[in-house]
Design a binder for this molecule. Sequence first.
Ligand SMILES: Nc1nc2c(c(=O)[nH]1)N[C@H]1C(S)=C(S)[C@@H](COP(=O)(O)O)O[C@H]1N2
Ligand SMILES: [Mo]
Length: 331
Amino acid sequence: MIKIPSSEITPEHVYLNRRAFLKSMGIVTAGALALAACAPTEPASDAPSASDASSDAPSGQSPDPADETSPQASAATDELGDPLNTYKEVTNFNNFYEFTTDKEDVAKLSRDFKTSPWTLEVSGLVNNPQTFDIDDLRTMFDQEERIYRLRCVEAWSMVIPWMGFPIHKLLEVVQPKAEAKYLRFETLHDPEQFPEQKYSRFEWPYVEGLRLDEAMNDLAILGTGLYGKELLPQNGAPIRLVVPWKYGFKSIKSIVRIVLSEGQPSSLWMRAAPNEYGFYANVNPDVHHPRWSQASERRIGELGRRPTLKFNGYEEEVAGLYAGMDLAKNF
Ligand SMILES: Nc1nc2c(c(=O)[nH]1)N[C@H]1C(S)=C(S)[C@@H](COP(=O)(O)O)O[C@H]1N2
Ligand SMILES: [Mo]
């Protein structure tokens, strides 16, 4: 069992359900919302450790693919010298609400998710709309390794060696029209495979968006693997977005469609809780979130907390995208 602080297992839906309940009682007030939004404080002694992580295989089950030994990465740290999180951590502590809101159950519940055949449609305001087979995407573009920090809005983070290719390479193929300003990404909608899509707690499918110039930034990749192996379902197989300067929820998993548009798309999270989740979601220690202070974060596998870095440490590469913008307003 990877033990995690209670503040990290209070998922979005608990808050949202409570709000819906209060609303049904006709008692939603600013005060009630503020109260519901208080996450419990986290106990100090429950950071996951290697021994926690390796003791959770019940007997009589098929082997956990995450147990495979020594997956490879080209370096042991990111560019700041922070060590990589283990393969075990990266593949057993996941947010993937289509399966469950329990981060430690995603790996097990997603084991039979079908990632082949799989196609990715790229359409909308492009000169060359196309539907790509995932196998073709893997051979059309070099699969580069990118070691990035992933910072969840719940104030935890990991360092992950992704494999994938920059989205700008795909955009060069489909050729955005001059009017195109945004991308809208969509996860597969398949309630047979995603149990939570049978319930209407969220407006499925999961949708996220980027501004075209954000997507053109070389840091933004479509991830197809990690630790030198193809993605496992829990990490968004067979293809997911990775935008390391934004909160993790922007990095949408198991993508089937990308549509270019002139107007700003709305996301699943913007519709679910517009006061908490904006379009930009850039990591920023100074921008208030009603439930989680963003001033500091806990790196999975570490005790204690570390200060949150503006743009998750990628300020030099991306700050120019937001020149002259009020970051508190455009959260
Ligand atoms: N389709 C989909 N994509 C998703 C999510 C989700 O629930 N559904 N969760 C997001 C959140 S909140 C985070 S922090 C990251 C987690 O990615 P990881 O499990 O690979 O670390 O995926 C993001 N992408
Ligand atoms: Mo997240």
